[in-house]
Design a protein around this ligand. Structure first.
Ligand code: SF4
Length: 385
């Protein structure tokens, strides 16, 4: 990394490996609009007629766009829509954003609230499950409504919006509970809020003496990187330490725009982690995950979790066997940088929380003798002194 005068850093030597997204039908749109996140929000693809202009739809997609809407709206920013392959219905970006009839296939295992987030809700808007941290819902909006979303029950639904009163009651709860040192600011996507609104919420949190850190759970780096403006980063600088957990699922999402957004956040002092969801047909193979994680590390984003796709209603077509995740971790551990190896977890139904299900490298253990297997399958003995 080159250090420039004034202490700024240049990572242009890796930046050149991240081409800008194509602009598809928006080729004629001036940069001033394309790079304006308000324009991107306003121009979202929400109807069959609009989508028809962007990709060659299959019959299944065409039916699903109409029929699945009642369950979960469609919304795709022009930026993310332009990443889709117009000819290939198995395109990973398309599968994440365009409805398919699989969404209407409900199974007996499906759950409305798969992580029991509503059950552990002492006040509306706060999930308090673990002793020292809470999940804080601030909005029901997202730039793109991901077809695999675990919070389909409330995301995109205006009746679930976090009104001012709810935000104030949530802040009051956090103020009262001195054991809370870590707040996950979530939604929907909290970057759907204006800078001023977010500044107010983060400022209130920062003023609470027992709150040490907060994390922003946002997919804007992936679906609307234009949202990461200099003004936003300046505002976040005031509230450090700020952790940002984002959600890249495929290397195709690692564009020049996403790289620049991550660069702005990292230069602004944010520590960025990625939470990938394992999705059938999108990233359920070791090569894709390795490439994704390598690209993320170049973007200064640390792969943090791989989630087993949960039991939310209407996402059974995305689920993979747990063994798929373990196989992917086995293919990474020791075969590439340890930093590119996230934890594979099952967020257990009924509020069990995140449980690691990583491969086991302990062959056996007798007294002080541990027989261990390395990444290449060779066994080694460690005798505890
Ligand atoms: S950004 Fe997150 S909360 Fe929003 S639709 Fe996608 S997965 Fe759901």
């Amino acid at each position: 990394m080159d250090v420039l005068p004034g202490g700024a850093v240049s990572i242009n030597h890796v930046r050149s490996r991240f081409p800008f997204a194509p602009r598809s039908i928006w080729k004629g749109v001036p940069d001033s609009q394309w790079n304006d996140w308000h324009w991107q929000q306003r121009e979202r693809v929400t109807t069959l007629e609009q989508l028809d202009q962007v990709v060659r739809l299959t019959d299944d997609e065409r039916r699903a766009v109409v029929e699945a809407d009642a369950q979960f709206h469609m919304g795709i920013t022009p930026y993310y829509a332009a990443l889709m392959d117009p000819e290939d219905p198995t395109c990973p970006v398309r599968l994440q954003s365009v409805p398919t009839m699989g969404e209407l296939n409900f199974t007996a295992a499906d759950l409305e609230d798969p992580l029991a987030e509503e059950r552990d809700m002492p006040v509306p808007g706060i999930t308090h499950r673990y002793p020292d941290r809470v999940l804080f819902y601030t909005t029901h909006n997202c730039p793109v409504y991901c077809r695999h979303c675990t919070r389909k029950r409330k995301v995109a639904d205006p009746s679930s919006a976090a009104a001012k009163k709810q935000i104030e009651e949530s802040l009051a709860y956090i103020e009262l509970h001195t054991e809370i040192r870590d707040v996950v600011v979530s939604g929907g996507d909290p970057l759907s809020l204006s800078d001023d609104r977010l500044d107010y919420i983060l400022g209130r949190l920062r003023a609470i003496p027992h709150v040490e850190i907060f994390r922003l759970g946002t997919r804007n780096l992936v679906t609307l990187p234009q949202r990461i403006t200099d003004d936003l980063v300046q505002m976040l600088r005031k509230h450090q330490p700020v952790y940002v957990n984002t959600h890249f699922n495929h290397p195709r999402e690692c564009t020049g725009e996403a790289f620049d957004a991550a660069r702005r956040l990292a230069d602004g002092g944010c520590v960025i982690g990625n939470q990938m969801v394992l999705l059938k047909g999108i990233n359920d193979d070791p090569r894709t995950v390795k490439e994704l994680n390598h690209r993320l590390l170049m973007m200064r984003i640390r792969p943090y979790y791989i989630y087993q796709c949960d039991l939310a209603r209407g996402i059974s077509h995305f689920r993979t066997p747990i063994e798929t995740g373990r196989r992917i971790i086995r293919s990474l551990r020791g075969h590439t940088s340890g930093m590119a190896v996230p934890y594979f977890v099952v967020d257990a139904p009924n509020g069990g929380g995140k449980i690691p299900v990583n491969p086991d490298y302990v062959v056996r253990h007798e007294g002080k003798r541990w027989v261990l297997r390395n990444f290449a399958g060779k066994e080694f003995t460690y005798d505890e002194p």
